[in-house]
Ligand binder design. Structure first.
Ligand code: PPS
Length: 568
């Protein structure tokens, strides 16, 4: 099903007139408000980026993709593209029914004819697609803790593209890129997939790759969803724009791809290849540990670092795109230039700065040398990542009722206010429940909602350079992790487990609640009749028994100092 690379690719959009008609009639249809990830998937389905898919997968294709990396008709397709929804929404649907797919503002983007609904075996999906059912993998975590329990399958009728207000001129559909290549007479195009800022080594390697393949270069960064914790795409695109000048204008271009990555390593590399083929490229650079998700919960790599290249090579002809080896470029001091690592002259001094080291230097405001990156890129990164002691952060106390969270949090608040420099806000469990969450009770659902609200406010405070101190019970580990992910996009998340034992909390019973809970007069009481997941790896564990409050708060302060969050 491969098309010559520059003829237009089929899209799923209907004509303007039909779209207007469908929009007018859609008021009567059940509506699904798409999640950010589903919007990314839908955009690439509609514009041909996911060709030959014509909609969200049904169960036959899904099963076959999960186990064999192929659609039911045998076509290579490595990633399940599914529409996950809530049980409640699915229950109200009949198979064969049309639904309206809307963006988060309620704008209708497409109509989907629901041919199937089913409850997937998510553990099986995780194992086959991502290699392990381990929630340390961001996509497995998403699958179990974010995605809805029911999948809907069926063809899509595209009404309009999702709206983007940022970098409009840099976004292209597959057909726009194909037309651009056609217009410029480009026949060989090598794509560079990236989710990171480009530094000198990347510029060297992409430039070399293009020369080697005698091809033009498409820098094709992902701006949809990448790995939690990555540099945000606004900063990255400003960095890419700064680097673009360093390439020959006649043979290099950049375009932004609104893809939601899954970090699925080898499968993801094959998927990226298909997507680039659909965008008119003939080659793609695949590196060591392509789209790697980091370490699993045992501290090991999820994938062999060369598995992606091997799987890509194996399926190269079916993908319809040629792989170009990613050369690990290093700076050779004596020669004052970059070399592929395996071509470095003997006895030469190699200079390299890892991603971790770069983040450390940014965090601590240390020098980033000219040989490593371009001045404009470093300036952008410094604007986005001021030294840690000037960034916002969140201290998140968790522990049983009566463990002393509020008391220590209050003492910490005062100490941080005394130091000055950044605004500090205390989101104490009791105060939040009086204001933000006054209608909530203590079921798992309500507790999660309460914690997500606290997390949301804390993430906004952190984003804007303030300090948020939170002190709820927050009994569920998955919810704490979700909050951590929300916040770590913007600044540090310091989890402090106030580890006072249940016996001691009950002995103190400051509010008399434990007695009532034992008597059954308060239901779902944490520690008595409701669970508390003890944090496994908090930044700090506080033992409050026989320790003064002041000392506890001071321990937190020392931790903050050690993490570089407050000046020593
Ligand atoms: S949670 O689980 O994080 O949403 O709880 P949180 O918002 O921190 O609220 C805990 C305070 O509510 C009181 N309270 C209860 N706690 C636990 N379980 C039940 N069923 C319950 N009912 C009322 C209790 O005073 C908690 O206050 P702290 O400050 O933790 O002692």
């Amino acid at each position: 099903m491969q098309l010559p690379n520059l003829v237009p690719i089929p899209e799923l959009y209907v004509s303007y007139e039909s779209a207007q008609k469908l929009k007018a009639e859609a008021g009567d249809l059940p509506s699904w408000d798409l999640t950010p990830r589903q919007i990314c998937d839908l955009e690439l389905l509609m514009n041909g980026g996911f060709y030959p898919l014509k909609g969200f997968l049904g169960p036959e294709d899904y099963d076959s993709v999960v186990t064999d990396m192929r659609l039911a008709d045998g076509t290579l397709w490595p990633m399940p593209i599914t529409l996950d929804v809530s049980q409640g929404f699915a229950d109200g649907l009949e198979e064969g029914q049309d639904i309206a797919l809307r963006d988060q503002e309620g704008v209708i983007l497409a109509i989907m004819s629901v041919t199937d609904k089913w409850t997937p075996d998510k553990a099986k999906e995780a194992k086959h697609v991502f290699g392990e059912d381990d929630s340390a993998h961001p996509a497995v975590n998403y699958l179990h803790n974010v995605a809805g329990p029911v999948y809907l399958g069926g063809p899509i009728t595209g009404i309009q593209q999702p709206v983007h207000y940022d970098f409009k001129a840099r976004r292209d559909t597959p057909n726009e890129l194909r037309a651009y290549f056609r217009k410029l007479g480009w026949r060989r195009i090598v794509a560079f997939q990236t989710r990171n800022p480009l530094h000198r080594a990347h510029q060297e390697l992409t430039f070399r790759a293009a020369k080697e393949a005698q091809a033009n270069l498409l820098i094709h960064p992902v701006v949809g969803m990448t790995k939690p914790g990555d540099v945000d795409h606004f900063t990255r695109v400003r960095c890419y724009e700064a680097v673009l000048d360093k390439y020959p204008a006649a043979t290099t271009t950049i375009s932004l791809l609104n893809l939601a990555m899954r970090m699925a390593g080898p499968r993801e590399a094959v998927w990226h290849g298909i997507i680039r083929r659909n965008h008119g490229c003939t080659h793609m650079i695949v590196g060591r540990d392509h789209a790697g998700p980091g370490k699993n919960s045992k501290g090991e790599d999820f994938y062999d670092p060369y598995a992606a290249q091997e799987l890509f090579k194996e399926h190269q002809s079916e993908i319809g795109i040629e792989m170009v080896d990613f050369k690990h470029m290093v700076y050779v001091q004596e020669k004052a230039q970059y070399y592929p690592r395996d071509e470095v002259p003997a006895d030469a001094t190699i200079l390299d700065i890892s991603g971790t080291e770069l983040r450390r230097r940014l965090r601590e405001g240390l020098e980033i040398p000219e040989w490593f990156s371009f001045g404009e890129v470093v300036a952008e990164l410094r604007r986005r990542y001021p030294p840690r002691s000037q960034q916002g952060f969140t201290v998140f106390f968790t522990g049983l009722s009566g463990s002393g969270k509020s008391t220590v949090a209050n003492a910490l608040l005062v100490k941080l206010m005394e130091m000055g420099g950044r605004p500090v806000t205390l989101l104490d469990g009791d105060i939040v429940r009086k204001n933000l969450s006054s209608e909530l009770g203590f079921s798992k659902e309500h507790r999660d909602l309460n914690i997500r609200r606290i997390g949301y406010v804390a993430s906004e405070i952190t984003k804007n350079g303030g300090i948020a101190i939170c002190a709820p019970i927050a009994p569920y580990a998955t919810t704490r992790r979700a909050v951590r992910e929300d916040i770590e996009q913007y600044g540090a998340f310091v989890e402090v487990h106030v580890a006072t034992s249940l016996e001691e909390c009950e002995r103190r019973d400051r509010k008399g609640l434990y007695r009532l809970a034992r008597e059954g007069k308060i239901k779902e009481f944490t520690g008595i009749s409701d669970p508390y997941d003890t944090p496994e790896a908090p930044e700090l564990r506080l033992d409050t028994e026989n320790v003064e409050v002041d000392h506890c708060a001071h321990q937190v302060l020392l931790k903050l100092e050690q993490m570089g969050l407050v000046a020593a």
